[in-house]
Design a protein around this ligand. Sequence first.
Ligand code: COA
Length: 330
Amino acid sequence: MSSRSTVILGTGSYAPERIVTNDDLAHMVETSDEWIRTRTGIRERRIAAPTETTSDMAVHAARNALADAGVAAQDIDLLIVATLTPDMPMPATACLVQPKLGVPTTAACFDVAAACSGFVYALDTACAMVGSGRYRKALVIGVEKLSAVIDWQDRTTCVLFGDGAGAVVVGASDQPDCGLLGTKLGTFGDGADLLYISHGGSLFPSTPESIVARNHCIRMKGKEVFKLAVRAMDEAARDILEQHHVRADQISLVIPHQANLRIIEAISEYLELPMERFFVNVDRYGNTSAASIPIALDEARRAGRIKPGDLTLLVAFGAGLTYGSALIRW
Ligand code: COA
């Protein structure tokens, strides 16, 4: 682990203004509010305006996190953006966020690609870099404009996702046994074909035909992903609790990736921890991939559900299939 404790100094989030309800979607594809609610727990999601970019949303969330932390953008020397929907393939979205925020040119800026687990991966990376003493203050942003890569004619995927951004500021502390106590990251690479965007990369560059076939959009084998998600999140949670000799009932709040209420309920059952100990906002945002955990973390803090001394468990899974957990003492 790192040589110094690394703590979250502040959190922030941002959701685009436009709300799209399940009934709105029922006008676009053959679906219903009842089907979506009972299968996923989702009631509505936010969708960014066509001109609103991933980096714009990242900047809003980051400003809120900096204000909450009382840290100036000029004091950030590490900026990491977790996203699967960058503004463009190159440069990294972090490089586009940097000048908009006023983060110094001496800061290291890069993106992390681990899909819905991206925020936990990026947080671990930032904490390792700050904990080493080589960086002082990091901004970690999870952000997605998934509406840009959704096939709006595919009812099996378009009802699940939404747009948004969340951010945290990370710094060092001399106080032992606080902040990020540890993480457990892993990957089931054999499941890469269960959730993917096939075209637009170097293997299959986009062609006029691939655009017409909407191969630049998300495809998913939902049932298989569901099963692996439950297994991966359960294992990631158990492993980190064991590593740190913590019982599940010592966790005051679990902040799971918000993909599907039924997945969260399954984890609650497996860990024998009541649903009251799980933060849930999937009903209002759907699955915002890398943004889901930092948005939930920010909302949980603002709702007074995290107090000094509390133990919080973050647990995520996503395309890859990647998974990750993080144990934090506040
Ligand atoms: N509205 C109405 N019917 C729909 C529908 C929709 N939006 N989407 C699918 N259906 C239909 C299917 O076509 C299928 O019909 P059929 O039985 O006639 O073939 C039926 O509903 C059941 O589909 P099924 O896939 O068995 O549903 P499910 O109970 O597995 O739920 C998911 C589907 C996608 C909600 C669920 O599998 C899931 O949440 N998977 C995990 C997805 C996820 O979290 N991905 C992100 C990972 S980060």
